[in-house]
Design a binder for this molecule. Sequence first.
Ligand code: DGP
Length: 115
Amino acid sequence: MDNCIFCKIIKKEIPSNIVYEDNQILAFRDINPVAPVHILVIPKKHIESVIELSKDDEILIGKIYTVINKIAKQENINEKGFRVIVNCGEDGGQEVKHLHFHLLGGKKLGVKICE
Ligand code: DGP
């Protein structure tokens, strides 16, 4: 997707602070962190959001969670805990239209926001 900022990050056209990469998944630090650890884990395949997922993506999404597990250990937040957030669509507050998993940790996170 030519105008997708995360696709540009995947192609290294835009710099990012990468913490994990394989042939299907990329993880990099969020540009506006809201916690000491704030990493975005994304599929390299352009999928707009959770709503665009198909059965073919089931293995990929499972793999994203094992990558999150790996990064949580790498970042030393596995024992104290962390939060994974996926925003979807307008009401869900999704700004970037490329599926991404926010991995947040490194401090005691506040009450979940659903106002
Ligand atoms: P969401 O609201 O769920 O769509 O979150 C999108 C996140 O993407 C937001 O926390 C900021 C982050 N972000 C947007 N543009 C860039 C960028 O160019 N680089 C990095 N590292 N993060 C970005």
